[in-house]
Design a protein around this ligand. Structure first.
Ligand SMILES: NC(=O)c1ccc[n+]([C@@H]2O[C@H](COP(=O)([O-])OP(=O)(O)OC[C@H]3O[C@@H](n4cnc5c(N)ncnc54)[C@H](OP(=O)(O)O)[C@@H]3O)[C@@H](O)[C@H]2O)c1
Length: 298
């Protein structure tokens, strides 16, 4: 598994050992931008399943670092796909809701045409295309608004700012589904088992929690939940002002609607994906327990 220190990678270290021996690699083991180093790592390990949780995920920074984003999100993925094809290995790869332009208010299915608005989405789509072109055995899991207790993510940022400030502006015109890395890791394990049993065909699947919200309502939910758990904050939910994406002015344009229709994966595996708020409640419980023990929260 590549990307062992990332949000999803850290959770996969808990779920993948149930499937067999797991070798987890991080940036210090192999820089995936170095194609030869990547090929050497694959030859040394000879995996029968490659799980790629490495990715260039800084959406705004990618606008000015297209080359690196492309190396990590597209070219490294092409190398993995070629290896998987030649070695008859299964490649499991994570892609994103940001391959869509968000013009549709309906949840996106796997057959909807992608049309990314930003560099990150374009490089992720190029990674998907490289996998398809290789015709390797693959599960491409498109995820949405990923968070974990660790890492630089939306909940950790909002809760840090909520300790420092009494007002905040958060974008209200982007709708998606907050999804925990723990849920993704658990379903990834099930999906690999499903592929081995031929319950799942090789291809693209959407993987996200159920329901949808805006970044603004998500921030309010986090702050209200943290306050209810006794976490000391300066900010109240009413102090979070809704702004438009245009007024916020992030470097990367993001889709207004990127809800994913997960029925293809859920139907094949017999899963009921939980409402996004369940996962966020779990996160808040864990962060609040950690705070009571005096441990740092990111
Ligand atoms: N985060 C989201 O909201 C989201 C949404 C949809 C899909 N996804 C996809 O899910 C996957 C995992 O996301 P995540 O949230 O777990 O990402 P993350 O927390 O940013 O982790 C990505 C990992 O990739 C590693 N990495 C980046 N460049 C590398 C390189 N050149 N060589 C080796 N390792 C490298 C990073 O290493 P360092 O720790 O050393 O930087 C990090 O551990 C990505 O493919 C992403 O596109 C994420």
């Amino acid at each position: 598994m590549l990307g062992k220190a990332g949000q999803i990678g850290r959770e996969l270290r808990h779920t993948l050992p149930a499937l067999g021996e797991l070798v987890s690699l991080g940036r210090e083991d192999v820089d995936v931008c170095n194609q030869q180093a990547l090929r050497d790592a694959l030859s040394a390990q000879q995996p029968d399943v490659i799980v790629n949780a490495a990715g260039y995920t800084a959406v705004d920074l990618a606008e000015s670092h297209r080359e690196t984003a492309d190396l990590v999100n597209a070219q490294a993925v092409a190398t993995l796909a070629r290896y998987a094809k030649d070695a008859s290995a299964l490649l499991v790869h994570f892609s994103t809701d940001y391959v869509f332009d968000g013009a549709s208010t309906a949840a996106y299915t796997e057959t909807d045409a992608p049309s990314p608005l930003n560099v990150y989405g374009a490089t992720k789509l190029a990674g998907e295309a490289a996998i398809a072109a290789s015709t390797c055995n693959a599960l491409v899991l498109r995820c949405c608004w990923v968070y974990a207790t660790h890492g630089q993510n939306f909940p950790n940022t909002i809760l840090r700012l909520a300790r420092e400030r009494d007002s905040l502006e958060v974008v209200a015109d982007q709708i998606g589904t907050p999804t925990s890395a723990a849920l993704i890791a658990a379903v990834t394990q099930r999906a690999i088992e499903g592929r081995r049993r031929n319950v799942l065909a090789s291809g693209i699947y959407h993987l996200a929690a159920s329901g949808a919200t805006s970044w603004h309502a998500y921030a309010q939910y986090l702050v209200a939940g943290a306050a209810a758990r006794g976490m000391p904050l300066r900010l109240s939910p009413d102090g979070i002002r809704a702004v438009t994406s245009a007024a916020y002015g992030a470097a990367a344009t993001r889709p207004h609607h990127s809800r994913l229709d997960t029925s293809r994966l859920a139907g094949a595996l017999g899963l009921q994906l939980p409402d996004w708020a369940h996962g966020v409640d779990d996160l808040l419980d864990q962060l609040s327990d950690r705070e009571k023990c005096g441990a740092p929260n990111s």
